[in-house]
Design a protein around this ligand. Structure first.
Ligand SMILES: NC(=O)c1ccc[n+]([C@@H]2O[C@H](COP(=O)([O-])OP(=O)(O)OC[C@H]3O[C@@H](n4cnc5c(N)ncnc54)[C@H](OP(=O)(O)O)[C@@H]3O)[C@@H](O)[C@H]2O)c1
Length: 256
């Protein structure tokens, strides 16, 4: 899809990958509608023209407000980038249920909630692109982030299922699977810091690089964007040698 002149909603746009997407899509000529809780962060990320809606996306009323205000201001929604998400660095079996539910509310139910609101509009216009930011943790389970991985597997399944459901309607869906991106994600996540080995920044990319991959993915109507692409190698290895990869991951996690 050509981005110039398109209306793009970006969730979680006050920082990190979302803020970088706002800058990247603005440069490509998009009209932006941004949402996150921090109004100050949104103002920093938004250019002069962007519409901002501050609020907690786990609330249905906030999601509705984002979509209604976008339609009021721009009259259309061409691209939805479901990016807001949080992590949880606690073993799944001892993670407090309230934290697990909080994570699922944002990483899965808010994503589905936004989709439910924009899809009727996109169907009526017979076009649009829904981008869901998953994770490499939604392709290979990361034992230091098991619950988070579960949420990202769910986002992956949702993205693929939607693509088939909406095939006749001209709506495309794209799954983004970032590896390690240099943002405040780890600091903002709930729980303990990840194991030291996981902090190895060998394949780390910046939020700007990640946003550029997302923009290119939208332009070429990609189904999945793995960024950095070396992540595919890990996914293939995990499929070919599951026991070996599991053992290695458990060692990294300090549980083997
Ligand atoms: N960083 C990585 O290594 C990495 C790797 C793979 C996947 N990802 C995924 O990429 C996405 C973005 O992550 P990031 O690294 O950019 O994280 P980040 O720097 O922590 O940014 C998260 C964004 O989500 C917003 N947010 C959090 N809770 C919210 C809520 N309840 N309602 C509305 N907005 C909320 C935050 O803004 P406010 O605090 O202002 O609300 C912020 O704008 C997430 O889905 C994450 O799972 C990240």
């Amino acid at each position: 899809m050509k981005i110039d002149g398109k209306v793009v909603i970006v969730t979680g746009a006050s920082a990190g990958i979302g803020a970088a997407c706002a800058a990247e899509f603005a440069r490509a000529g998009a009209k932006l509608s941004l949402c996150a809780r921090s109004e100050e962060g949104l103002r920093r990320a938004a250019g002069d023209q962007a519409l901002i809606t501050a609020g907690d996306l786990t609330e249905e009323s906030v999601r509705r407000r984002v979509v209604e205000r976008t339609l009021e201001r721009f009259g259309a929604i061409d691209i939805l980038i479901n990016n807001a998400g949080i992590g949880l660095y606690i073993p799944s079996w001892e993670a407090p249920e309230a934290e697990v539910r909080r994570l699922m509310e944002l990483n899965f139910f808010a994503v589905l909630g936004m989709i439910r609101l924009v899809t009727p509009h996109m169907r009526a216009r017979r076009g649009g692109t829904i981008v869901n930011v998953g994770s490499i943790g939604g392709k290979i389970v990361l034992p230091w982030l098991t619950v988070y991985s579960a949420s990202k597997y769910a986002v992956g399944a949702l993205t693929e299922g939607l693509r088939m459901e909406l095939r006749r309607d001209g709506i495309r869906t794209m799954l983004v699977c970032p590896g390690y991106v240099l943002t405040e994600f780890q600091q903002r996540s709930v729980g303990e810091v990840p194991p030291q080995m996981v902090k190895g920044r060998r394949f780390a990319i910046t939020a700007t690089e990640c946003a550029a991959s997302i923009r290119r993915g939208v332009e070429r109507d990609a189904r999945t964007v793995m960024t950095p692409r070396v992540g595919w190698l890990l996914v293939a290895l995990a499929r070919l040698l599951p026991r070996a990869v599991e053992a290695r991951m458990a060692r990294m996690n300090g549980t083997a």
